[in-house]
Design a protein around this ligand. Structure first.
Ligand SMILES: NC(=O)c1ccc[n+]([C@@H]2O[C@H](COP(=O)([O-])OP(=O)(O)OC[C@H]3O[C@@H](n4cnc5c(N)ncnc54)[C@H](OP(=O)(O)O)[C@@H]3O)[C@@H](O)[C@H]2O)c1
Length: 377
């Protein structure tokens, strides 16, 4: 069996590590823009011996990407930012007829990805969108909780991310692009527009060391995919915050600056793109944060009916963003090979992932803590 990992940034490296340690694959190929990062990572890998090969690639080179992809059983896309590359990589996977797992978290691309569903089915492949942390683990939690109810009324996903553990540069682009302005939330069976980090303020309890935090609506794919799948749900929202919360304002302000800008700015004779500047600035601020706990947390509450009683089932977990995102993608590739991810077309995790096997495997990786509760609504 052969697996291809695209991208070797923070999330890609974590997926590669997990594949190397636990993988079912005989051959692992890592294809990315800067192979220097791969060469630095490989000597640190421990686990079973697998054949590893490295390819330098620019995702924009479609022909090269398709010809590279076609000989693999499954590919994992950890390239970012997703608004730039997710659809391009999915189209290449369709052309190469290779199964694909990605960790997309940009809601803007989710509708475009769903439009590729027929083409993916015709190609006979599955494309699993957003199998990271959020989306990813949270979607699987939503499926797990909903399977323990007879009908589902409401799904509330939430997350807290530490500014001191803010991933690689691509994640900074994502935050400024997708979480700095409009967001979508599903209320009374209608998708409505709200403002990220402004609307929907609500206090939620997260696992220690996070504790209680005020979270807000954010621009994320969960309301889109979960409301499609759980048709009885009247409310589906995704709320989040950064720790410390001033990062929320930083995202909004820098994102607005990028949206309001017209063309690049000239600095000492060089033309600089506003987004390139803003993402680099945001990344630097986050990396300079000291004495902030690095752990983040996830929470899913599903409200519905069980044996005639109204219940709320809550899944909460905590851990680091890199292992919390790269590991699910790697587990996804392994579960696909083992037949625990089934289906054809473009699917969200809640539609195709065998949640019992996924949660069992996540727990066995010991990358965070998990708590599950049921209470009367
Ligand atoms: N679903 C979730 O829960 C979740 C959580 C966290 C992050 N994410 C998403 O995951 C993505 C990756 O995040 P990250 O922290 O790993 O970012 P990162 O460290 O910047 O990694 C991005 C990777 O993509 C590669 N890349 C970028 N453009 C490329 C191109 N044209 N051709 C080939 N490779 C290219 C980069 O190569 P270079 O090294 O050359 O730059 C790098 O290896 C982000 O888009 C983020 O939004 C999702």
């Amino acid at each position: 069996m052969k697996v291809l990992v695209l991208g070797c940034g923070e999330m890609g490296a974590s997926a590669i590590e997990d594949l190397y340690k636990h993988g079912k694959f005989k051959d692992l190929t890592i294809a990315t823009r800067s192979i220097k990062k791969v060469k630095k990572l490989l000597p640190k890998l421990k686990g079973r011996q697998i054949n590893v090969s490295i390819h330098q690639i620019d995702i924009e080179d479609r022909k090269k990407l398709v010809s590279l992809m076609h000989s693999y059983d499954v590919a994992i896309n950890c390239v970012g930012p997703n608004y730039k590359y997710e659809v391009k990589i999915a189209e290449a996977a369709i052309e190469a007829k290779v199964n694909l797992i990605d960790i997309n978290d940009d809601y803007e691309t989710t509708y475009k990805m769903l439009e590729l569903d027929d083409r993916a089915k015709d190609a006979g492949i599955i494309i699993v969108m957003g199998l990271g942390a959020s989306p990813g683990i949270n979607n699987v939690f939503a499926k797990a909780a909903s399977d323990q109810l007879d009908t589902v009324d409401e799904i509330h996903t939430a997350w807290v991310m530490s500014g001191a553990d803010s991933g690689g540069l691509a994640l900074s682009y994502h935050l400024l692009y997708s979480l700095s302005g409009k967001a979508l939330t599903y209320q009374n069976k209608k998708m409505i527009e709200v403002e990220s980090f402004v609307d929907g303020k609500e206090r939620k309890e997260f696992l220690e060391p996070i504790g209680p935090m005020d979270v807000f609506h954010v621009g994320h794919p969960e309301p889109i995919t979960l409301s499609r799948v759980f048709k009885t749900a009247k409310i589906v929202d995704d709320k989040a915050t950064f720790h410390p919360p001033f990062i929320n304002d930083l995202i909004r302000n820098l994102g607005k600056m990028v949206r309001d800008s017209s063309g690049p700015i000239r600095v000492k004779g060089n033309l600089i793109d506003h987004m390139d500047f803003a993402a680099a600035y945001f990344y630097k601020i986050c990396k300079s944060l000291k004495k902030i706990p690095k752990e983040g947390a996830l929470r899913v509450d599903v409200k519905g009916w069980r044996n005639g009683e109204c219940k709320i089932i809550t899944y909460t977990s905590s851990g680091m963003i890199t292992s919390g995102t790269g590991t699910p993608a790697s587990i996804g590739a392994q579960m696909f090979i083992d037949g625990y991810i089934k289906g054809k077309g473009v699917l969200a995790p809640e539609e195709c992932v065998h949640w019992q096997e996924f949660i069992k495997t996540m727990v066995s990786r010991e990358i965070g803590r998990l708590d599950i509760k049921m209470r009367d609504a």
